[in-house]
Design a protein around this ligand. Structure first.
Ligand code: GLU
Length: 266
């Protein structure tokens, strides 16, 4: 085999949302990505997914990177920070809107609940009843021009998509909080040439949405691998239950990074 060509090297990424400190579950995912990248002779990227500006802060983003460095991880610079690229995500939304794949939704949380369908999506939210799907395009645009709060939903009516029955008209961007998570993740994975998405099982159901968005936007689909979640003794997801196990708190308690790695099997 000749020298590894950068265009064919696999690209892995760890993409934390800095809305809190990283915990052992994040450490596991980051270490697994770095290890798989290394074993494949590939590249390892870190991406800051901070489109939700109501919950993410630059301070938390800095601390995330510091925690990863403490673990001994090395990634390529520069780190892509999603809040610096809203224009890219807006352009993708505009394309989807132009092709009729999404529509703006002006419903409050209360209105969504009042007209929700009985079924729930994989995140436990009731499926959207479709109120704003019935608005005309002109009316939607007029309300946006008048600065009405809105998000964007996939129009799944009649769609023969694996994502359709599971997710219904799922919200893919919440403009008033600057959050466009599903859009940002597929746009960036394509832009950064990510070939392998390795993330927790809690993201598995969202992959159907990501595959759909990639197809609509003409973007390549990476390989997906969803790893088991690290659990505490009570079997709860660490992210929700074990605040005390943040990497920062372990470090403050004098735990060595090598011990954390060993405990996680790296
Ligand atoms: N930013 C997401 C999170 O922290 C992960 C997204 C992904 O890996 O695709 O939950």
């Amino acid at each position: 085999m000749g020298p590894v060509n950068s265009t064919t090297r696999p690209v892995f990424r760890f993409a934390p949302s800095p809305n809190g400190r990283l915990h052992l579950g994040h450490a596991y995912s980051a270490l697994l990505n770095a290890k798989m990248a290394q074993e494949a002779g590939g590249r390892f990227l870190v991406r800051i997914e901070d489109t939700d500006q109501t919950r993410c802060t630059p301070e938390l983003a800095r601390e995330c990177l510091a925690d990863l460095a403490w673990l001994g991880l090395v990634w390529e610079e520069p780190v892509r920070v999603q809040s610096e690229h809203f224009a890219d995500y807006d352009a993708a939304l505009a394309r989807l809107h132009a092709m009729g794949a999404i529509y703006p939704c002006f419903c409050s949380r209360k209105e969504v609940a009042a007209h929700a369908l009985a079924a729930r999506d994989p995140d436990g939210q009731p499926l959207y009843g479709g109120t704003c799907r019935r608005l005309s395009r002109a009316e939607g645009l007029a309300r946006i021009a008048a600065d009405a709060r809105h998000g964007w939903r996939m129009d799944m009516a009649g769609a023969e998509e694996p994502a359709a029955p599971q997710w219904g008209d799922v919200m893919i961007a919440k403009r008033h909080v600057g959050s466009s998570y599903h859009i940002a993740v597929v746009v960036d994975d394509a832009l950064q040439g990510v070939t392998h998405v390795v993330r927790g099982r809690d993201m598995e159901a969202a992959t159907a949405i990501h595959l759909l968005l990639q197809r609509l936007l003409g973007l390549p689909s990476p390989h997906y691998h969803h790893h088991d979640l690290i659990r505490d003794d009570a079997g709860q997801k660490l992210s929700k239950s074990l605040k005390s196990a943040s990497l920062a708190s372990l470090r403050a308690a004098g735990v060595a990074a090598a011990d954390v790695r060993a405990q996680l099997g790296f």
